[in-house]
Design a protein around this ligand. Structure first.
Ligand SMILES: Nc1ncnc2c1ncn2[C@@H]1O[C@H](COP(=O)(O)OP(=O)(O)OP(=O)(O)O)[C@@H](O)[C@H]1O
Ligand SMILES: [Mg+2]
Length: 335
């Protein structure tokens, strides 16, 4: 009755989103699964499971089955997909059994990693599974005119990877990716606080610090935040005050590595396309694009205008869902 329903899945390191053309984003939850390690039973998925990270008793593990944008644990990823597809069915109000699915993969993924993502989606009941490169999806989702002979430069800074691509006339002209994203920034903060204060903090606390007082490498009025953790010397709970300038220092190396990838992509772009980029600027998407001062910092560094995608956390999912349609029309153009 509903014909062939098409959906797009953004199987991200940090968040899993499902998009349907009619209903828009129908699922948006953290890529986390809580498992009873003895019985292997799934106890919670998504938002409920993320609440449990770092707080579970020994026999319950709240884990993130995706790492660096690819599948680290196949069985757990399949469970996550199954659980969230159930939710998608409910949210959609129709039964999306056997949908045609497009799922995005990081452009740096190996063929084994691609196959594994495809298999996981198939295993949860998809009729067909198409793959799309994450930056292409991000560009489509950010409403860039990817089908036109114009250079679109998109930078997607996710949880596991940062991807930079120049897209023109429906194809990727050049692209670079680095396995550094929001997760690495959180890790940098954990390491910094451990070294500086002998204080152990969890990844969720680190993420909170990043979002609240984390800044790209720009000048700004100092902010401070109280941070709670466990003292590595006494083993007791301790509170310290941390400043945004310190966090900036902690993030510096990773941020510069991301900048370097953008620079490298610009430097290798064909001269005709460089002109477009200087004129039109670049678009940033992904959760990492929301870091305080990111837009300002990047535009200072690369001296071209930097625009934030309309919904940075959703661009990839939206673009993935729309891509079947876009790719079909592209094929018509090129044949
Ligand atoms: N306001 C914010 N400031 C800084 N970072 C943020 C903000 N909001 C979200 N993030 C970070 O963005 C990351 C998640 O982004 P996103 O959902 O785009 O990743 P993903 O698509 O799941 O990962 P990937 O594409 O690498 O597989 C997390 O690391 C999160 O901490
Ligand atoms: Mg992503």
């Amino acid at each position: 009755m509903f014909g062939n329903i098409e959906i797009g899945i953004d199987l991200g390191t940090a968040n899993l989103l499902v998009y349907s053309k009619d209903k828009g984003i129908i699922v948006n939850e953290p890529s986390v699964v809580a498992i009873d390690t003895e019985t292997k039973k799934v106890l919670a998925i998504g938002t409920d499971a993320k609440e449990m990270i770092g707080k579970t008793p020994a026999r319950i593990a709240a884990m993130r089955p995706m790492k660096d944008g690819v599948i680290a644990d196949f069985d757990v990823t399949s469970e996550l997909l199954k659980g969230l597809m159930k939710k998608a069915n409910k949210a959609a109000g129709f039964n999306i059994r056997k949908p045609s699915v497009v799922v995005c993969v990081p452009s740096g993924a190996t063929s084994v990693e691609r196959k594994s993502i495809q298999d996981a989606v198939k295993s949860c009941g998809a009729k067909t599974v198409h793959l799309i490169e994450e930056p292409v999806a991000a560009a489509i989702g950010a409403d860039l005119p990817v089908e036109e002979p114009i250079a679109n430069l998109i930078v997607d800074i996710g949880g596991g990877t940062s991807e930079v691509a120049i897209i023109s006339y429906g194809g990727v002209v050049s692209c670079n990716s680095i396995r550094i994203g929001g997760d690495k920034l959180d890790e940098d903060i954990v390491q910094y606080i451990r070294k500086q204060y002998n204080l152990l903090i969890g990844e969720r606390t680190a993420e909170k610090i990043k979002i609240e007082i984390g800044y790209a490498l720009i000048e700004h009025d100092k902010k401070v935040m109280e941070v709670r953790g466990r003292d590595l010397v006494t083993g007791l709970p301790k509170v310290v005050e941390v400043s945004s300038h310190e966090i900036q220092e902690a993030l510096k190396e990773s941020l510069l590595a991301i900048l370097e990838v953008i620079r490298a992509t610009l430097e290798t772009s064909p001269p005709e396309l460089s002109g477009d980029i200087v004129e039109r600027g670049i678009v940033i998407s992904g959760g990492g694009a929301l870091l305080n001062g990111m837009q300002e910092w990047l535009s200072e560094e690369i001296i071209v205008p930097v625009h934030l995608a309309p919904s940075p956390l959703e661009s990839v999912a939206i673009g993935t869902g729309r891509s079947l349609h876009v790719m079909k029309s592209l094929q018509k153009i090129t044949t």
